[in-house]
Design a protein around this ligand. Structure first.
Ligand code: ATP
Length: 377
């Protein structure tokens, strides 16, 4: 249909980006398709809608010069080929009309710059100016242009690089990783919502620890989630050590990811020990303790959710509850108990969060083991 529409209005069109990448990687059913028109993407979208039997509604985003329609259970987005240039304080580029080549130049990674011709004379021809196919084969995340410029222009790309590396189980090439490390502070110009979007995607990957260790390695995690990096390290006093709670947390997150696709349970796993950094103490008789870390951790969850613009609704309370109940439900998953058992445990507690907090605080101060029993069981 797009070929027919392009021929009728006499413009070149290409399918580009994620669709081509995922098609080559055979990554299941596509949810969206990006079409680039050399000319007006909006006109092409209108023509396509006219031809399609179900005559879909075309949503036009005039400010962005893009249009979207739904067909065959997919969102098809149309954009005119463009050239972009950036200013220092914004990730919003200055946009001009351009060629397909200009449009491929503005893409974040070589594997996201692949395009397939949709006109009659070049239908299905692959346009791969940056050897994206080679990088797909060698599982490499690489920028088409100088990585320092790519990441500084739009620092969100640093998180996208780590997210794609995690989702696809790819490696980020060394030059890129070094450039991310150098440009990490630029992440501050990115909105919290965009950051959490990428964190959710990392969290939902098969092995979220890969993403979090890359965030840690580049120093981005210290900026985005300092509560987590504060857990890093092993102290030793009088020959006594405690475990490294940061690396332990990443193991727990991977274990829980094997058991559940529930995003918020995964977040709870990530945050379950955050109270341990501020509560860490060494007692001559007992050794290292983290007394009250559950209570402190639950309070920290609220602040962290607020800062990251995560929803302050029942999802946040759910995460708080899990953190409050310490590592218990999570520890069970640690030992490979199923998701449903975890859920039962959580919901069976059934308490209001405030009550739980009061109770937990009382437990901490009275150290009355009976009052904990409910949650242990
Ligand atoms: P997914 O749908 O899994 O997120 P995707 O590659 O389709 O993967 P989108 O965010 O939908 O990701 O972006 C579509 C395409 O637009 C990308 O493949 C890439 O070519 C380009 N793109 C998106 N965001 C950026 C960016 N920040 N900088 C440069 N190019 C980008």
């Amino acid at each position: 249909v797009i070929t027919q529409a392009s021929e009728e209005i006499k413009l070149e069109s290409y399918v580009i980006g994620g669709f081509v990448r995922d098609h080559i990687l055979q990554r299941g059913e596509p949810k969206d398709i990006d079409i680039v028109a050399v000319g007006s993407g909006i006109e092409l979208a209108k023509k396509v809608a006219q031809i399609l039997p179900h005559k879909p509604k075309v949503q036009i985003f005039k400010n962005y010069g893009t249009a979207m329609l739904r067909a065959y259970d997919m969102e098809i987005e149309f954009v005119g080929a463009r050239k972009e240039s950036y200013q220092k304080d914004s990730r919003k580029p200055i946009v001009e009309d351009g060629s397909l080549e200009d449009d491929q130049n503005r893409r974040d990674f070589t594997i996201n710059a692949l395009a397939l011709g949709l006109n009659e004379e070049n239908f299905g021809n692959l346009l791969d100016p940056f050897n994206g196919i080679e990088d797909l084969n060698s599982k490499l995340i690489k920028t088409p242009l100088d990585p320092d410029i790519t990441y500084s222009d739009d620092p969100l790309r640093m998180l996208r690089a780590i997210r794609f590396a995690t989702q696809l189980n790819f490696k980020i090439e060394k030059e890129s990783l070094d450039a991310i490390t150098r440009n990490k502070k630029r992440i501050k110009i990115i909105s919290k919502e965009r950051i959490t979007d990428e964190l959710h995607k990392i969290m939902m990957a098969e092995k979220p620890s890969k993403g979090f260790s890359l965030l840690h390695k580049t120093g981005l995690l210290h900026i985005i989630l300092p509560e987590l990096t504060a857990l890093e390290g092993i102290d030793e006093i009088e020959g006594q050590k405690h475990k490294d709670n940061f690396w332990h947390t990443l193991e727990v997150v991977d274990n829980i990811a094997k058991n559940t696709d529930d995003l918020w349970l995964r977040w709870a796993a990530l945050l379950h020990d955050i109270g341990k950094a501020p509560t860490k103490k060494f007692h001559k008789k007992i050794g290292w303790t983290f007394h009250g870390h559950e209570f402190v951790g639950a309070k920290m969850v609220f602040k962290l959710f607020k800062r990251l613009r995560l929803p302050l609704n029942d999802k946040m309370k759910y995460v708080q509850k899990l953190v409050l109940m310490s590592s218990r439900p999570i520890a069970i998953v640690d030992n490979d108990v199923t998701d449903s058992a975890v859920r039962r445990l959580i919901f069976d507690a059934g308490e209001d969060i405030e009550d739980l907090m009061t109770l937990c605080e009382a437990d901490i101060t009275t150290k009355n083991p009976n009052r904990y029993k409910k949650y242990h069981n």
